[in-house]
Design a protein around this ligand. Structure first.
Ligand SMILES: [Zn+2]
Length: 251
């Protein structure tokens, strides 16, 4: 069992990493949490999606468990959603997994229904699957987070219209990611979130390293500059948004 991690904030300008994965040993996760806290990232949501990733969320105050697109078509065990802040990550990826669309949609749709029944927000991954994602979200009215947004501003607006929060990852710092920067500018102050998606997608200037929650400060600073918001205000508003959608966590 993962040791309990104290994630109380130390300062009001502290950042909330709304999306981090921990597939590593518990001691390594605890060390990463401690480095994050020292950097000013005082809250983290640990996110599942596979059996190993779901296990890696144990012990965190904010955790999401669910089955991602790579689990589509598999025989999956029941998950325990007691004390969980969200269902996720779930969703569609036609970039890396262009086959199995029907199975991905079935798995996502089933978990949207489940989250709605439990009254929980969902954490959605969507890549090169705009129309099917919107179709499912219109079929099953849901609340939650579009994580690691990589679409265009038009898709972003449609998701905002459905009531979703949009979470921006370190991709926004990559040179080729004009679409993510343009999209980040259409998200209003009361719907934007920040995340690392660690251990993937380390932001500039940490590219090439394994990502970790402490590196969120680079993405947050970049986004604050992009949006013309003072860094302290940006930390405060993104943290307020995260708490609004995810709640206080297990206390
Ligand atoms: Zn993820």
């Amino acid at each position: 069992m993962f040791p309990e991690i104290d994630q109380e904030p130390r300062s009001p300008g502290a950042l909330f990493d709304t999306h981090a994965h921990f597939e590593c040993a518990p001691e390594e996760s605890a060390a990463a949490v401690e480095r994050a806290r020292a950097a000013g990232v005082t809250r983290i949501m640990a996110v599942g999606g596979s059996e190993a990733l779901n296990r890696g969320t144990e012990g965190f105050r904010w955790r999401a468990v669910g089955w991602d697109r790579d689990q589509a078509g598999k025989d999956l065990p029941e998950l325990d959603y007691d004390g969980v802040s969200a269902v996720g990550e779930i969703g569609l990826d036609y970039h890396y997994a262009p086959g199995a669309r029907a199975a991905q949609m079935e798995l996502m749709g089933r978990q949207l229904e489940l989250a709605r029944g439990l009254g929980l927000p969902v954490v959605i991954h969507t890549r090169d699957a705009d129309d099917d994602t919107l179709g499912l979200l219109r079929d099953v009215p849901s609340k939650g987070i579009i994580h690691c947004f990589t679409g265009n501003p038009r898709f972003c607006r449609e998701l905002l219209d459905l009531g979703f929060y949009v979470s921006i990852s370190g991709i926004v710092t990559f040179r080729a990611a004009d679409n993510v920067r343009e999209s980040a500018l259409v998200v209003p102050d009361d719907r934007i979130l920040v995340e690392t998606d660690s251990p993937f997608l380390a932001p500039v200037p940490m590219r090439g390293n394994a990502n970790e929650p402490a590196f969120l400060v680079h993405t947050a600073r970049f986004l604050a500059d992009l949006r013309g918001t003072p860094a302290g205000d940006f930390a405060e508003l993104t943290t307020r948004n995260a708490l609004a959608v995810l709640g206080p966590g297990r206390t």
